[in-house]
Design a protein around this ligand. Structure first.
Ligand code: 3BY
Ligand code: FES
Ligand code: FE
Length: 414
């Protein structure tokens, strides 16, 4: 690897329409720049709200250097805090998820209310002002059951996404959901390779035998560049769904940072199961209120760290977090209606089989991709404009965002 990597210069030299240069996928410098300019500045998907359904429930996550905790307060409000005690800095909550009436530091038991106020600190002497030691808060919003956080002092506008996402998610009933299964894996690949892989289905036929039973690898399914570029069968699907009151048409951020679109599954399949039938059998126990069983999958991605599938019976939500230049954590949650009972209304193996395998297949693809890119012989090759338009869009979004943010700032005039 080159000793002095300059992310901005590499981006300036990149060949449009091609994969990125090696150092952008593996250098410590670019990894640090990605954290600083993207992960510490953008809204990130954190958890499904149903992971913390009751006051006192919390979830933790690590974003780069920042340990964070997301808590539901006694007022039912979901808040995010730096998971760092204001006494001597102990991490407050070490479990991935848990439940507690108050946040008690394990070191010297400073005790915080669920809204972050310091309630109790033993023997701190006279003049100690507990009001100065609230937990540091992190911006946090619950959009239709998906909790997003932002580490920036001033977060970017979310107003373009919020109403649209809530409108599209409402029929999926995320607020009436529970987690049926959760999986966290580590992929030995740069976070951008994980997203690139998700943004195309050029690899699907070769890599995903079980997913391909129900999911079409037609490139127009995953990487439309606007509603008019969709194929006639998708446009028909939107018309049918929207006539039944289900928001479905392709909508996107102007720079394609996010996109929503409801796509049909193959042969009117109901769900991503091996049989194509709904995994949750009892229609009364399916998530949300879908007008028909073959409503397909509502696809939602938001850069830099989430893609999702909302089906007529369940949903699968994905979060990625970069760990090191060449490792990425991928967390998948399978959501079902809160009243659906495992072993009665659904079989867990039937529900999770396809995406547990698909995730593992994608992990292998990403790891082999990273292994090849680490070779000094690697040279960025061209993306297919027919099959990999989604990857091109992601790489363009990444390159433009980073280039703009890494550019030297004009010095203010005296
Ligand atoms: O291959 C993947 O990981 C997924 C399948 C659905 C969208 N994307 C192409
Ligand atoms: Fe938390 Fe001391 S570090 S109470
Ligand atoms: Fe894949």
């Amino acid at each position: 690897m080159s000793p002095n990597v300059n992310t901005a210069s590499l981006l300036a030299e990149r060949i449009p329409g091609h994969a990125l240069q090696r150092d952008l996928y593996c250098s410590q410098q670019t990894f640090d720049d990605d954290l600083e300019q993207i992960f510490y500045r953008e809204w990130l998907y954190a958890v499904p709200a149903c992971e913390i359904p009751k006051p006192g429930n919390y979830s933790t996550l690590q974003v780069g250097a920042y340990p964070l905790v997301i808590v539901r307060g006694s007022d039912n409000q979901i808040r995010a805090f730096h998971n760092v005690c204001r006494h001597r800095g102990q991490r407050l909550c070490s479990k991935v998820t848990g439940s507690t009436p108050k946040l008690v530091c394990p070191y010297h038991q400073w005790t915080y209310d669920l809204d972050g106020k310091l309630m109790y600190a033993r023997d701190m002497g006279e003049g100690f002002d507990a009001g100065k030691y609230k937990l540091k808060s992190v911006h946090c919003v619950n959009l239709g059951g998906m909790v997003f956080i932002c580490l920036a002092q001033v977060p970017p506008a979310i107003s373009d996404l919020a109403p649209t996402l809530m409108k599209y998610l409402t029929p999926s009933g995320l607020n009436e959901a529970k987690i049926a299964h959760s999986s966290t894996i580590v992929e030995n690949g740069n976070w951008k390779l994980v997203i690139e892989n998700n943004r195309e289905c050029y690899h699907c036929g070769g890599a995903h035998p079980s997913l391909c039973r129900t999911y079409s690898d037609n490139p127009r399914m995953t990487a439309m560049d606007g509603p008019d570029s969709a194929s006639p069968d998708i446009i028909d699907h939107w018309k049918r769904c929207e006539a039944a009151g289900l928001p479905s048409r392709f909508v996107n951020h102007p720079k394609m940072q996010w996109r929503l679109a409801r796509i049909p599954l193959l042969n009117h399949a109901e769900s991503y199961t091996l049989s194509g039938k709904a995994a949750v059998k009892d229609p009364a126990k399916r998530m949300g209120a879908m007008p028909f069983n073959d409503a397909g999958s509502l696809l939602f991605f938001h850069y830099p760290n989430t893609w999702n599938h909302f089906l007529a019976d369940h949903a699968i939500v994905f979060r990625i977090l970069p760990l090191t230049p060449t490792t990425t954590q991928v967390t998948t949650n399978w959501l079902v209606h809160k009243d659906a009972v495992e072993g009665v209304d659904y079989d867990l193996e039937d529900l999770t089989h396809v995406w547990i395998h698909t995730n593992d297949e994608d992990r292998q693809v990403v790891e082999e991709n990273q292994a090849g890119i680490l070779s000094p012989a690697y040279e960025p090759g061209p993306y297919s404009t027919i099959q990999e338009e989604g990857v091109l869009q992601f790489i363009d979004w990444y390159s433009e965002t980073m280039t703009e943010r890494l550019a030297p700032k004009p010095v203010a005039a005296e």
